[in-house]
Each structure stands twice: as C-alpha cells, then as structure tokens.
Design a binder for this molecule. Structure first.
Ligand code: URA
Length: 433
C-alpha cells in the first residue's frame, strides 16, 4: 500500500477501505506522509465525498491516533460541542448550569482560529484562570467541584490537530465527512459517555442551509451511536451572532450577566434546549420542558452562578472579576455605530461581524497571533429590532483609534435596515434526538 495509490483511488471516486484509511492516518500523524500528499487526499475527499462507512472508519482512525481518556471513574459524563459560531459563549454558561445539577462536567475545549477566540481564550481573559492542568488534577477537580474545563494539552486525536490546520490553509473546511470525523474523533478520544452537539446553521456557520446542517447532524449522530455514545444534535440558527457580545472578555461578561438572570432571548433558547437534552442523557429528567424549568430555577436561585464562581476559583481564576465585571480591563476606545435611517434591522451577517471582530484583534488570523481579550463588538440591535436614525446599533471596542473608525464603518454597512419588519427565524431549527 502507498499514499499515491490511495490518493488516486479517491481522486477517481472510489471508496477507500478501512486499512487504507488507517494507513493514511497513522503515517500522516507520524510524519511519514508529507503535507502536500495529505493535502491532495483531503481535497479529493472534499470534492468527491465519503460514504458513511468511510467517514466512520476515518473518525475511528483519527480517535485512535493518540490517547483515549478514560473518565469512567466520574460516572456518566455528557459532553457538548458546537460546530462553531460567532458570539458563541454557550459552554461558559452551560457548563456550570449542568454541574449545578451534580452532573459531572469534564471538558476539553479549544482555542479559536478566525473570528473570535475559542472557549479557552475566553476563559483565559479571566485573570489567573489556568487552562493547562495535568490530567490527574483535571480529574481531581471534577471529583471535588463537579466541573473542570481545560485546553487540549493532552495527546488526544493528534491526527485531527494536523488535518484541521491543513484543511484551514487549503480551503477544505466545509465538508461533511471532514467536519464530522474531526469533531467526533475528539469527542470519542475525550472519553465522554454521551454527547450533545450544537450544529450551527446560517451565515456564521460551516453549514449555510438546513439541509446541509441536517446531513452533518445525521452523520455525527450515526458515528456517535456506532461508537456506543448516545448523541443528540440540536440545529441552531447562526444567521446573526448569538447574543450581544462578540469578543473574549466581552463574552465572559455576557455569560456572567446571563447567570445572574439577565438573559438574551436567543442565548436563552439555545442554553435551555442543549441543557435539557444534556440532563436527559445524564438521567436527570426525561421531560425536556420540565428540564428547561429546572434550569431556569437554578439560575434564579443562584446555584448556577455559585457553581460558576466555584469552578473558576478552583482553577485559579480571580472571581472578583465575576462579582464585579467592571473590573475587566476595558478597550481604549469604545465607539458607537449609529443607524443611518429609520426602519428594522433586516440582516446582520454573522460571518461579517466575525471578520470585523477578528480584525479588531479578538481572533487569530494565524495560529501564532496573540489576541486582545478586551476588544470586540457589543450588538445593541439584532435582526427584527426597530431602529431610528441616529440610534446606537452597536459599540466597537478597540485599542487603536484608526482601526476603531474603520471597523465602525464596516459594521454600519453590515447592518441592513429596511422599512418592512423581517420574518424572524427560529433560534432552534431542529432537534435530532
Ligand atoms: N469544529 C471542529 O472541531 N472541526 C471541524 O472540522 C469543524 C468545527
């Protein structure tokens, strides 16, 4: 067997067998297959697709390319993962909510590439928070506090690390077999028993329409079930950014506000839906509507926020920032973006908002880039909002005045204002349980 034959087979639209897929993953991970050969094969997969069997074999080979965590001593661990979005602060909010029901949260999250940081970058905007705990400390934390979230420091699915970086630079990201194998290999390696997936759909997501999002969700569910990990997919709207804040500490502040009871409607619906299914999978409530009520109760009675503080402090974070979010460092310039006409916000393209936030320094263009935790965007008006000429639509938070002015103009153009009130999309588009 050699890589040239494997590339040629996929190029000619033939199916790869298990041995060929394993050969590729093993030898790409250990460096025997060059990036240019892997790039050719990945592009052939991107163009010609993969059967369900090939995708499953690819996922398992990637999961087995490194360590597989064993979390069995923690009981039933339900993991959660999103296929990516703009303003996605869901993990920051949902993790302590779930832990407040004594469901163990043992999660590894990533840094972001593009748009805004990942959950780990957001958590690091809380001074002192340690993301690189040793595995023993991580498990001890979960046993003691019921929750721990760390970065991907362990050798989990190293094949995905290489392939994800490669896909990014050769424009081969939006592919159902490649996304589903990337996500599910990490979930399998991270050791959870059950998985809830937030499959985003819209301008700010990999999947731009419902049909593609459904296909991706069905594929990941199939892989999860084959790996003996019950998987539920919730397809959520990512046409506009989620919530108000886009940017690292700005999103932490929004998460704190949420847990104190000041909830943005779209974030609330996504949290309640994902959280209720996580509770159901953890055997903490069969009835989804009842679970939603229980979640709201734990926000109202302060248990979820208590758990949040407890978690952050157990990983070294300074909780005075959570008690008073005014303590977070502010960007040097906060510039309003105002409406140029009367009407309704008809569209607010999430991807374009993400690009602006990245240009402000909230996300990375290259892996080595250093993000500025305090910069980003706070959206005061979302799709469907009625606005008057001169009214503030959003605020740009920037450390450079010239950049702030440029990006404020860009954001003004992203806000499409029309006379007619637009038809509003649902926040939860579909659940595949
Ligand atoms: N998230 C991942 O982890 N991998 C992808 O391919 C896309 C989103």
């Amino acid at each position: 067997m050699n890589i040239q034959e494997i590339i040629a087979k996929k190029r000619d639209k033939l199916e790869l067998n298990k041995e060929e897929i394993e050969y590729f993953i093993t030898n790409y991970t250990n460096g025997s297959i060059a990036d240019y050969q892997a790039a050719a094969l990945v592009m052939a997969i991107y163009i010609n697709g993969m059967s369900d069997e090939e995708t499953t074999n690819l996922t398992l080979a990637m999961a087995n390319s490194g360590d597989i965590l064993n979390l069995s001593e923690l009981g039933t661990v339900v993991d959660k993962h999103s296929t990516g979005g703009i303003g996605d602060k869901v993990t920051l909010i949902l993790a302590p909510i779930i832990a407040s029901f004594n469901i163990p949260v043992a999660k590894m999250s990533g840094r972001g590439l593009g748009y805004t940081g990942g959950t780990i970058d957001k958590l690091e905007s809380i001074p002192g928070y340690k993301t690189n705990l040793k595995i023993e400390e991580f498990i001890q934390n979960v046993k003691q506090n019921g929750i721990s979230i760390i970065g991907q420091t362990l050798n989990l699915a190293p094949a995905d690390k290489k392939l994800y970086a490669l896909r990014d630079v050769i424009s081969a990201t939006e592919s159902i077999p490649l996304i589903s194998s990337s996500i599910m290999s990490k979930k399998i390696a991270a050791g959870a028993n059950k998985i809830v997936l937030d499959v985003t759909c819209g301008s700010g997501a990999f999947m731009k329409n419902l049909k593609d999002a459904e296909n991706l969700a069905n594929m990941m569910k199939k892989i999860g079930n084959l790996a003996n990990k019950k998987t539920v997919c919730v397809i959520t709207n990512m046409e506009e950014p989620l919530g108000k804040a886009v940017g690292n500490s700005l999103e932490v502040i929004e998460a704190v506000e949420f847990l104190k009871g000041n909830m943005q409607q779209d974030v609330k619906e996504v949290i309640l839906e994902l959280g209720s299914y996580m509770m159901k999978l953890a055997n903490k409530g069969e009835n989804i509507e009842e679970n939603k009520k229980k979640i709201l109760e734990n926000i109202e009675n302060g248990k979820a926020f208590e758990k949040f503080k407890n978690w952050i402090s157990s990983q070294g974070g300074d909780i005075s920032f959570l008690k008073n979010t005014n303590n977070f460092k502010k960007a040097k310039y906060v510039l309003p973006v105002v409406a140029q006409s009367n009407g309704y916000v008809a569209s607010l393209n999430a991807q374009k908002v993400g690009t602006i936030s990245m240009n402000l320094g909230a996300g990375r263009i290259k892996k080595e880039d250093i993000i500025s935790p305090e910069v980003g965007i706070v959206l005061e008006k979302k799709i469907g909002s009625k606005v008057q000429k001169g009214e503030v639509l959003a605020y740009i938070h920037a450390n450079n005045e010239n950049l702030a002015n440029i990006q404020a103009k860009n954001l003004q153009m992203v806000y499409e204002i029309k006379d007619q009130k637009p038809e509003l999309k649902k926040n939860i588009l579909k659940v595949i349980a």
